[in-house]
Each structure stands twice: as C-alpha cells, then as structure tokens.
Design a protein around this ligand. Structure first.
Ligand SMILES: *Cc1c(COP(=O)(O)O)cnc(C)c1O
Length: 447
C-alpha cells in the first residue's frame, strides 16, 4: 500500500538517507546491522546446506556435460572465468577521478554457459534439485547412479508429464526455460512487460511457453504463482522467496575460492576481499554474499548495487521492512533499462539473511550503466548487459564512505571483484545500441 505524504515524511525523519533515495539521487549506504561472523545468528541456511548444494552440482555434472555440450570441456560444471582487468581499472580511475587501491577483477558470469547470466547458478540449480526429488520419489535414481541418465528418453518422457512455472523479467526465465525444456518439462515463463523481445523469442525457440503479463516483475510473479497453483503437476520457481535459488547462487563462493587460489591471491585480515554485486530481488547477490561469508568470514566485504529507480533491497534493508515494502509504496516507479534489476520488492528469504551479512549498498543512474559497459568493451573487449555493469562504480563509491579507513583495512592489499552478471546471449544489434548509448553519454559528460 502506497504511503501518504505524511507517512513518507515520517519515514524520511527516521531514515534521512531516504530523502535522496526518493529524489532518485545516487546514494551509498553502509549497513549498521552488519555483524561479525561470530555474532551472526538465526540464518535460515548454513554452510552444510551450501556444501550439499555443491554436491548436487557434482552429481549432475555428467548430465550437464551431455545435455549441454558447451560445458563438456569443464566436465559439466557451469562456471565462468575470473579476469584481472587493469585496463578497466585505469578507465575507472580517470572516469571517477579517484585511484582504486589494490587489484581489480571481474567475475565473468556474463559468460556463464547455458543461460549467459548469473541466473544459470540459481535457476538451473533449482530445476535440477526439483528433477532429482521427483526421480528419487519415483525410484528412478539414487545418488550412487550415473546422472547422465537424466538426458535419456526415459527421463524426458517422465518429466514431460509435469510442468514448471516461473515469473521473470527475462534472465531467470531463460535459465529455467532452457534447463526445464532440456529435461522434458512443460515450462511456462510469466514475463513482466519490461522483458526484452529477444528474450521472449529465444525462450520460445527453446521450447518454453511465454505468457506476457502487464505490469512489473512482482505482478508477473503473482500471476505465475496463481496460474501454477491451479495445476497439480506444476512446480513454481518463486524468485520472491526461494531457498533453492539462494543455495544455487551460494556455491559460486566455493568456485571463486578455487579461482583466487589458482591466481595466487590470498584473502585474510591483511588482504581484504571486496565484492560488488548487481542486485534485483537480492537472491543472486545475497546467495553469493552468504557463500563468501561462509568461506572467508570477516575478510570479505560484500556490497549490493541497484538502479536509482529500483532500490528495492536498499529500502527494504534501510527501513528494516524488507519484503513488506516495495519502491512503489514510496512513489518510485521501478522503471529502469537494467531489466535484470527492475525489481520493486525484495526477496523475503534473501533479505532476512543479507541484513546481517551485507556491508552496504549503493545506487546508480541508468546512464552510468551504459557508460561503464562501453568503457569495459573498449578496455577489455568484454561485452556485458546494462544490469551487469552496476558493480563497477563500487570500489570508488565505498572508498568515499571511509568504510575501509574506519576498519583499519590495508587497501593496498585489497582485491576487488566486480560481479558481471549477464550478457553473452544479448543479440549483436542490441549490443551496438547499448554501446552507442554509452558513447553518447560519455560525450555529453565530457563537454
Ligand atoms: C537477476 C539478475 C541480477 C540480480 O539477481 P537477483 O536475484 O534478482 O537480485 C543481476 N544481474 C543480472 C544480469 C540479472 O539477470
């Protein structure tokens, strides 16, 4: 329910940062409720859950390698490279007029196989765990068997009697649609009206059904949830409260640890790790932050990045109201070109965990996303979608808050990881359009 003028004034009095947030200004917020790991309590998931999730990925690797040959070289493990980006660091230094101390890396989830975005981690995981539960219940499989059977006609035949539903602005639908259709499920994706046409076309080409919903992401979710409930054979992947999505995302931490070790990078008290995560409902960034906190404890510092027009998780955490409020309640319309982040209401599941673990959050304007996407393309020859660029201003935004100084962190030893969350499936024509917008934006600001 939208707040009236007096109520909004009341909120602003209690949380002064809200004034700038509601005026759609870029803000940076440090989380006063973040805790040392020794003090964290009552989380709905634990380290064992994350390790169990990683074990599920390992069981399914033979299936993934067979069903998605592009993953065969990695043995059916869906993972992306970690890339050191000195060229982009130089670009950011000149663009924002401040030196980034330490080294800058990009986690290239824009190149994740199968779904081309971070949603491959959560979405495919949830579909696989659901398929496993069904096959177990049917006595078709057990953990000692070879899971490549999931690619067989017998399994496809079995799953074709069941359906999957999901509400999505695009990328989650792609991951569920592609994985679900491959296993044989009847998959329906309920899409918000800001979802891109090419994403709908691609999903249909992969064999999923696309239902277009008027209204934003939350509307698409509730429509999908209701329709799926009517069908007793159906399972709904619920981005507003999914534990499975969250655990799928969390396993990124285990993989990142290996990659950092391979590059000879130490993370500890003297060598802090800073991670900047584009944030929609908060599931992907929350799950990754949760996993990293399990792996690195207080040595890792995670920050969320949202568009100024969709600061759902920021408002939820700042006010402590989490999923009980949405940006529209505060008169913000949730319109952004960062379609992966076009979310008005945070995930209840993820927010209740992130509120203790995330170090802070910041917002940025849409125009900035295009500029960053162009700078990354020029300096590193990497293409990412607008949403995926939101992490890049992180190092300098956080530097300006005095966060590191207040904690006595030695930033000369810092490792910054910007999580690039999507892009490889974006068609060439769209890429050129995004790049041009970035070029125009940079010319305007340099004049
Ligand atoms: C979904 C998405 C995110 C954020 O994930 P949430 O779980 O919604 O917070 C970030 N970037 C891209 C490209 C996405 O598709």
């Amino acid at each position: 329910m939208a707040f009236n003028v007096n109520e909004i004034e009341g909120w602003k009095k209690r949380y002064p940062l809200l004034k700038d947030i509601l005026e759609l200004k870029e803000v940076t917020w440090l989380n006063p409720n973040a805790r040392d790991m020794a003090q964290v309590e009552g989380l709905a998931v634990n380290r064992q859950d994350m390790e169990n999730a990683e074990a599920l990925w390992q069981r399914f690797a033979p299936f993934i390698a067979e069903a998605f040959p592009e993953t065969a070289a990695q043995g059916g493990i869906i993972e992306s490279p970690l890339k050191r980006v000195d060229g982009m660091k130089a670009q950011l230094n000149s663009q924002y007029g401040a030196e980034i101390e330490g080294v800058l890396y990009v986690k290239c989830d824009n190149d994740l196989p199968i779904a081309g975005s971070v949603k491959a981690r959560g979405g495919i995981y949830e579909v696989l765990q659901h398929a496993e539960q069904m096959a177990l219940a049917e006595g078709m499989i057990d953990a000692s068997k070879d899971y490549s059977q999931f690619a067989s006609e017998r399994f496809r035949q079995f799953f074709s009697g069941y359906s999957l539903g999901v509400g999505s602005t695009g990328n989650l639908g792609l991951s569920i649609g592609i994985a679900g259709a491959k296993l044989g499920f009847q998959t329906t994706v309920y899409m918000s009206d800001d979802a891109k046409q090419w994403k709908k076309d691609l999903l249909r080409a992969k064999g999923a059904t696309v239902r277009e919903c008027s209204g934003d992401f939350s509307k698409a979710i509730s429509e999908g949830r209701e329709a799926t409930k009517q069908d007793p054979t159906a399972y709904f992947v619920d981005d507003e409260k999914s534990r499975h999505l969250f655990l799928g995302y969390s396993t990124a931490a285990v993989r990142l640890k290996t990659q950092l070790q391979e590059q000879g990078i130490i993370v500890d008290r003297e060598h802090p790790l800073f991670v900047y995560l584009p944030c929609g409902v908060g599931g992907a960034p929350g799950g990754i932050a949760f996993g990293l906190k399990q792996v690195y404890g207080d040595a890792v510092h995670c920050f969320f990045a949202e568009p100024t027009h969709s600061p759902a998780v920021l408002i939820g955490l700042l006010t402590g109201e989490k999923e009980k409020v949405c940006v529209q309640d505060f008169g913000i319309e949730n319109r952004t070109e960062a379609d992966g982040l076009a979310v008005g209401r945070p995930s209840s599941f993820a927010s209740s965990i992130s509120e203790q673990l995330v170090s802070g959050a910041y917002t940025l304007e849409d125009g900035e996303l295009f500029k960053l996407l162009k700078l990354l393309s020029d300096s590193e020859n990497m293409f990412i979608e607008p949403s995926a660029a939101a992490g890049f201003p992180g190092p300098q935004k956080i530097l300006s808050t005095g966060y590191a100084a207040a904690r006595g962190l030695n930033m000369a030893n810092a490792v910054h990881v910007v999580w690039a969350t999507g892009g490889s499936l974006v068609p060439q024509e769209e890429r050129e359009h995004f790049y041009q917008k970035g070029t125009d934006g940079l010319q305007r600001t340099s004049r």
